[in-house]
Design a protein around this ligand. Structure first.
Ligand SMILES: [Zn+2]
Length: 577
C-alpha cells in the first residue's frame, strides 16, 4: 500500500528514532528486506553491512541481520542474497542513449574481427529483416581491414546487392556503404568531397564504399528517419540493456534532449526503469533566445528523480586518432597539425560564464591538452566573475593533459568525467593514439589517479555506443590498465591504476556528485533512493582480470526489481518466517 504524504513524514521521524535503542521495538515494516548480503555501502560511517530494508522507493535502514529483521512485517518481501556482493546501482556519466538504443535494433558489428564474421552478421540481419528497406549497423573496427584499415563496398555487395547497406565504424568517424547505397546517394566519380569529409576512391577514382567523417552524411541523409514508435521500441531495449548491466542512471551527453518527451512517455506508461540526466547540446557560436528558452523549459519541466535537465554539453575539440584533438604543441607524427578548437576561446569563456551564472551545470568535451586547459580556464573565470560555489562544472574525456593542469581539477572543483574503456590499451591505443602525440605526452594518458590524488572528483562512464555500456569492463580497465589478455605486461602507465574502491566510487557516489545528486543517490544510506545491484561475484575477492566478466543478478531501481538474471536463484518469502 501507499502511505499518504503526512504519514511518510511521520515515518521519517520514526526512522530517526529507530537508531536509538529505546525506540527499536516498533520500526515501520519494510516492503523489501535483503538479508545475508555483503553490502558495500560507500558510506564511510558504515562501509560494510549485511542487510538493507526498503520501503517505497527509498532505503529505510542498512545494518546487520538482526537490525534489518526488525523491519520485517507481514507483507515484507525477503530476499536472501546468499552471501553475494550488493552495491549501489551504477551510473553511466557519459552516454548517447538514443543512438545506442537505435543501434540495438540494427546490425551490431562490435567484436566482429574478421570480414567473414561481418558478412555473416550482416546477412543474418538482412535475412531476418526482409521488410527493412535499409540495413544499418555500427561497430566495425579499422584493424579488420588490413592493410588499408578501410573496408570495401564489394564485401557487402557479395552479401546484399538489392538493398542499401550503411555501417558506421565503432568510433563514429568513418562509415561504409555497399554499391546500392552509394547509387541511392548519387555518389559517383564526379561527386566532390563534402567539407570535413572524404569519399575514399580507388585508382580509377571510383568510390570504394569507405567514407570518412562528414562524407557519411551523404548517405545518412537518404535514410528514412526512425518513427516515434521505432524510437520508443529502441529505448525500451536500451533501458533493458542498461538495467541488465547494473545501471540505474545515465547522464546523457548529447542527442537525447530533443527526445525528452519520449522518455517522459515511457515514464507515464510506467516503463521508465532508468534515471536520466539530460544535457542540451550547445554548438558554437552559442546561446540564442530560442536556445535559452529550450534549456529553461526543460529545466522547469524535468526536475525529479527520474528525468532532469538543467545541464548543457558542448565540445571543444575532436579526437587524437584523427588529429582533431586540440593540442598545445603540434602532433608528433605530423607536425603540420595541432588540432583545432571548435569554439573561439573568448566566445566559449563568455558562454560558460553565462551558463554558470544561471546555475546550469556544464559538460565540456575536451580531449587534447589545449582544450582541457581552455575548459579549466573558462571554469575558473566563471567562478571568479560569478562568485559561484560548488557549481561542479565537468570536463568530459580528458585523454591528454599538461602536467601543470592536473591539480587544477581539485583546486577549482572541476569534475573529471572519464571513460575507462577509452584507455583500453590495445593496438589502436598503443600504436595510433600514442604515436600521434609522442612519448612525452603519452606518458600522461587518462590520468585519473593523478587527478584524484590532487583532490579532483572522478566520475566514470562509457560513451556508449562508442564502446559497450557494460561498466564491468570499464572497472577492470581502470583497475588493471591492461587488456583482457593482460597486455601490456605491468599495465599501460600503471601509476594511473585506480583501486577497486575508488573505481566503484567513480561509478556511484562520485557519479552522483557529478550529477548533483549525492544527497539522494550513490551510496546505501537511510533516506536515499533504493537503487542497488547484486552481483554474481565478489569483486573484492577475485583476480582483477575476472572483473570484466561480472554479471548482474538483480537490479533494483526505486525499490523495484527491474532486472533479474535467469541465473539468479535465491529464496524470497513474503509473510513467512
Ligand atoms: Zn560522447
Amino acid at each position: 500500500m501507499r502511505f499518504p504524504v503526512f504519514q511518510t513524514r511521520l515515518n521519517v521521524l520514526l526512522l530517526a528514532a529507530v537508531t536509538l535503542p529505546a525506540a527499536a521495538e516498533s520500526p515501520q515494516p519494510a516492503d523489501i528486506i535483503v538479508v545475508n548480503a555483503r553490502v558495500y555501502t560507500i558510506n564511510p560511517k558504515q562501509l560494510w553491512a549485511e542487510a538493507i530494508a526498503v520501503r517505497g522507493d527509498k532505503i529505510l535502514a542498512v545494518g546487520d541481520k538482526t537490525k534489518i529483521e526488525s523491519y520485517r512485517g507481514k507483507t515484507t518481501k525477503v530476499i536472501d542474497a546468499d552471501g553475494r556482493l550488493l552495491l549501489p546501482g551504477f551510473t553511466d556519466c557519459h552516454i548517447h542513449f538514443m543512438d545506442g538504443s537505435l543501434g540495438l535494433t540494427r546490425v551490431d558489428l562490435n567484436g566482429a574481427g574478421t570480414v567473414a564474421e561481418i558478412q555473416r552478421r550482416v546477412k543474418a540481419y538482412a535475412d531476418s529483416h526482409p521488410q527493412e528497406p535499409w540495413i544499418q549497423g555500427m561497430g566495425w573496427a579499422y584493424p579488420t581491414f588490413k592493410p588499408s584499415g578501410l573496408p570495401d563496398k564489394k564485401i557487402l555487395d557479395d552479401i546484399v546487392s538489392d538493398r542499401p547497406i550503411y555501417l558506421v565504424a565503432f568510433d563514429g568517424h568513418s562509415s561504409w556503404a555497399n554499391s546500392k547505397a552509394l547509387a541511392m546517394a548519387g555518389i559517383n566519380r564526379g561527386t566532390p568531397d563534402p567539407p570535413n569529409g572524404k569519399i575514399v576512391r580507388d585508382e580509377q577514382g571510383e568510390a570504394t564504399g569507405a567514407l570518412k567523417e562528414a562524407a557519411g552524411d551523404l548517405i545518412d541523409a537518404k535514410i528514412p528517419k526512425p518513427t516515434r514508435a521505432e524510437r520508443l521500441d529502441a529505448l525500451r531495449k536500451g533501458i533493458h540493456e542498461a538495467n541488465k548491466a547494473g545501471l540505474v542512471r545515465v547522464h546523457s551527453a548529447g542527442q537525447d534532449f530533443e527526445y525528452l518527451d519520449l522518455y517522459n512517455d515511457l515514464r507515464k506508461k510506467g516503463e521508465l526503469t532508468l534515471r536520466f540526466y539530460v544535457a542540451y547540446f550547445l554548438n558554437p557560436p552559442g546561446l540564442t533566445p530560442a536556445i535559452n528558452k529550450q534549456i529553461e523549459d526543460a529545466r522547469r519541466q524535468y526536475k525529479d528523480d527520474w528525468i532532469s535537465g538543467g545541464v548543457v554539453k558542448t565540445m571543444l575539440d575532436g579526437v587524437v586518432e584523427a588529429h582533431t584533438a586540440a593540442m598545445l604543441a603540434p602532433y608528433t607524427d605530423d607536425p603540420s597539425q595541432s588540432g583545432k578548437l571548435f569554439w573561439d576561446p573568448d566566445q566559449y569563456k563568455a558562454t560558460v560564464a553565462v551558463l554558470d551564472r544561471r546555475g546550469l551545470q556544464i559538460f565540456t568535451h575536451a580531449i587534447g591538452d589545449r582544450a582541457v586547459r581552455l575548459a579549466l580556464d573558462a571554469y575558473q573565470n566563471a567562478s571568479e566573475v560569478n562568485k559561484t560555489k560548488d557549481a561542479r562544472p565537468r570536463i568530459e574525456h580528458i585523454e591528454t593533459i599538461s602536467a601543470q593542469d592536473i591539480d587544477r581539477f581539485g583546486k577549482l572543483g572541476v569534475v573529471a568525467s572519464m571513460q575507462p574503456l577509452h584507455s583500453y590499451p590495445d593496438e589502436d591505443t598503443l600504436s595510433i593514439w600514442a604515436r600521434n602525440i609522442g612519448p612525452e605526452r603519452a606518458s600522461r594518458p587518462w590520468v585519473w589517479r593523478s587527478i584524484a590524488q590532487k583532490d579532483g572528483a572522478l566520475a566514470f562512464g562509457s560513451d556508449w555506443p562508442v564502446v559497450t555500456l557494460n561498466p564491468w569492463k570499464g572497472v577492470q580497465t581502470a583497475v588493471t590498465r591492461q587488456t583482457e589478455e593482460g597486455e601490456p605486461i605491468g599495465g599501460f602507465v600503471p601509476q594511473q591504476r585506480l583501486s577497486l574502491e575508488d573505481t566503484i566510487r567513480a561509478y556511484t557516489l562520485g557519479a552522483a556528485f557529478a550529477g548533483r545528486r549525492e544527497k539522494m543517490e550513490g551510496s546505501l544510506e537511510p533516506g536515499k533512493l533504493a537503487d542497488f545491484i547484486i552481483l554474481d561475484r565478489d569483486l573484492f575477492k577475485i583476480e582483477p582480470s575476472e572483473i570484466g566478466k561480472t554479471e548482474v543478478l538483480l537490479t533494483v531501481v526505486g525499490g523495484k526489481a527491474v532486472y533479474e538474471s535467469p541465473n539468479w536463484t535465491h529464496s524470497t518469502a513474503a509473510e513467512t518466517k
